[in-house]
Write a protein that binds this ligand. Structure first.
Ligand code: DGP
Ligand code: NA
Ligand code: NA
Length: 218
C-alpha cells in the first residue's frame, strides 16, 4: 500500500481527566486492544517533557523554576504546536492517535488558577488552529476520590483547591461551547475494567464514523 492510495485517515482520540483518574492506564489498555484488532496506533502525551520546551515545563511542574501564569501557559501551548504537524502527518497515514491530555487541560489548568487576567477565553486562544480531536474522553473523578487513590504527588497542581477548580472547568467545557460536542464524560470512579469498557464503546463509535469525516482544527 503506498501513500497515494491510503484508504482512510486515522482517528484522533484524546484522553483527558483529573490527576489520578487513570488516563495513562486507560490509554495503554486501549492501545493494546486496538492493536490486537489490527489498528495502527500511536500514543502521545502532553506535556511532552522530552523536548527543550518540555524540560522547562517539567521544571515548572516540579517547582524547580517559577514562571508567570501567562508565560507557562504559552509554553504548554507551544509544546502542543511542536507536535501539530506530526499529528496531522500520522493521521493522514492512517495511524490512530491516542493522546494523553491536550488543549482541554491547557485551558482548564491555567484558568483554574483564577488569575483575573487569565480567563478561559484567553487560555483557549493560543491553541486555535491545532488539530481538533475526533473525540475527547474526559475521565471524571472528584478530588476526594482522587486523594483516596494514594494521595497526590509532589507536582505543582496536585492540590485540592486547584483540582476542584479544574474539575468544575472541565465539566463546564463538556456542557457548552464548541468543545462540548467533541467531549464525552466517563465516570472514572468504577473499576479499571468497567472504565475500559465504557471507553471502548465510545472509541468504536468514532472509528466507524471517522472515515467519512474530514480532519478538523480548533
Ligand atoms: P501529567 O504529566 O499528565 O500528570 O500532567 C502534569 C500536570 O500538568 C497535570 O497537573 C496537568 C497539568 N497540565 C497538563 N497540560 C497542561 C497545560 O496545557 N496547561 C497547564 N497549565 N497545565 C497543564
Ligand atoms: Na498529573
Ligand atoms: Na502526576
Amino acid at each position: 500500500l503506498n501513500a497515494s492510495n491510503a484508504a482512510s485517515r486515522g482517528a484522533f482520540i484524546v484522553m483527558e481527566g483529573m490527576d489520578r483518574a487513570g488516563k495513562t492506564t486507560q490509554v495503554g489498555k486501549l492501545r493494546h486492544t486496538l492493536e490486537e484488532q489490527g489498528h495502527k496506533v500511536k500514543t502521545i502525551r502532553f506535556p511532552d517533557r522530552t523536548t527543550p520546551m518540555g524540560t522547562m515545563i517539567d521544571g515548572y511542574l516540579q517547582s524547580k523554576t517559577e514562571m508567570a501564569d501567562h508565560a507557562i501557559h504559552l509554553l504548554f501551548s507551544a509544546n502542543r504546536w511542536e507536535k501539530a504537524a506530526w499529528i496531522k502527518e500520522q493521521i493522514s497515514q492512517g495511524y490512530m492517535i491516542l493522546c494523553d491530555r491536550y488543549y482541554y487541560s491547557g485551558m482548564v489548568y491555567s484558568a483554574a488558577k483564577k488569575n483575573p487576567a487569565l480567563s478561559l477565553e484567553w487560555a483557549r486562544t493560543p491553541d486555535v488552529g491545532l488539530p481538533r480531536p475526533d473525540r475527547v474522553i474526559f475521565l471524571d473523578l472528584n478530588a476526594a476520590e482522587a486523594e483516596k487513590r494514594g494521595g497526590y504527588g509532589e507536582e505543582k497542581y496536585e492540590k485540592r483547591e486547584m483540582q476542584e477548580n479544574a474539575r468544575e472547568l472541565f465539566l463546564g467545557l463538556a456542557g457548552r461551547g464548541e468543545e462540548s460536542s467533541d467531549m464525552v464524560v466517563i465516570d472514572a470512579g468504577h473499576s479499571v475494567e468497567q472504565v475500559a469498557s465504557a471507553i471502548w464503546d465510545e472509541v468504536m463509535k468514532v472509528v466507524k464514523a471517522v472515515e467519512t469525516v474530514p480532519r478538523r482544527e480548533l
